[in-house]
Design a protein around this ligand. Structure first.
Ligand code: SAM
Length: 253
């Protein structure tokens, strides 16, 4: 059953026209017909079973039948990333969404090459990835800030794990396990650009109260690899990977 994100409040009997892109996807790509069922979510009201009530060339309307899943949330884990080249950035957005990141915070560092980013593109990627991986919420994509501004405004309750490729940082599992079993609160993982961090940036970050430099193995990973490896470790030790995958929704025959 395909899943569609619709940015409107959801209730029994709601009749909702799909966007032209969604109508094209439903009608022409998935070739669904009137009476076929879809899953719908909006990020707040859980997941709903919908039925196609009308479908013409460029339009499609669905009618909501019943709620099939209660709203849940992802752990509060922000990925702070220096924008990198387009393909790899697309990859990070999709995979980090699947891995359960709650927020994306682009940060412009001294060696950031791709400093121009299109938030609408990034948002579209997170919505598509959320539909596919059956998330019920959509990650928040924040506006880009400079690293100096990020440090200046950093909320002291959010623990910042800095992926430090300059050597000497604690191995990631050891660093994360120090927080296991404790009320850690909101967290963030910071990954640098293709050119890595300038030492002065690591000095600036070290001034923060709740910053934890981490090493992710003896090899220098590309930024996209590093981000996804670190998120996976975090989810395993401090996140929601301790929770088994729920029983998937199957309509009784
Ligand atoms: N400056 C590096 C070089 O020699 O080309 C490349 C930096 S790496 C491509 C991009 C980012 O990935 C780094 O800034 C860091 O955040 C993270 N990273 C890569 N390998 C890492 C490692 N072994 N430990 C910690 N962080 C790493």
């Amino acid at each position: 059953m395909i899943r569609l994100y619709i940015d409107t409040s959801l209730s029994v009997g709601l009749s909702q026209d799909l966007s032209s892109d969604q109508a094209h996807y439903v009608n022409n790509v998935m070739r669904l017909k009137v009476g076929d069922e879809v899953a719908v979510f909006n990020g707040q009201d859980g997941e709903w079973l919908g039925q196609i009530s009308s479908a013409r060339k460029k339009n499609c309307t669905i009618q909501l039948i019943e709620k099939i899943r209660e709203q849940d949330s992802c752990p509060d884990l922000m990925l702070v990333f220096a924008p990198i080249k387009k393909q790899r950035l697309d990859f990070i957005m999709e995979k980090a969404t699947e891995l359960g990141v709650s927020d994306f915070q682009p940060v412009i560092t001294q060696r950031t090459i791709a400093s121009k980013i299109r938030s609408d593109r990034l948002c579209a990627q997170t919505i598509e990835a959320s539909e596919q991986c059956e998330r019920l919420n959509i990650p928040v994509v924040h506006e880009a800030v400079s690293l100096v501004q990020l440090v200046k405004d950093w909320p002291q309750e959010r623990t910042l794990f800095v992926l430090n490729e300059h050597g000497g940082a604690k191995p990631i599992l050891e660093g994360l396990q120090e927080f296991a079993g404790k009320e850690i609160g909101p967290c963030a993982i910071l990954v640098g650009p293709e050119g890595g961090f300038d030492p002065s940036e690591l000095d600036l970050l070290a001034k923060l109260q709740n910053v934890v430099p981490l090493s992710i193995g003896p090899r220098i990973l590309r930024a996209d690899t590093a981000a996804l490896a670190a998120i996976s470790c975090w989810q395993s030790v401090l996140g929601d990977w301790q929770v088994p995958l729920r029983k998937r929704f199957e309509k009784e025959e």
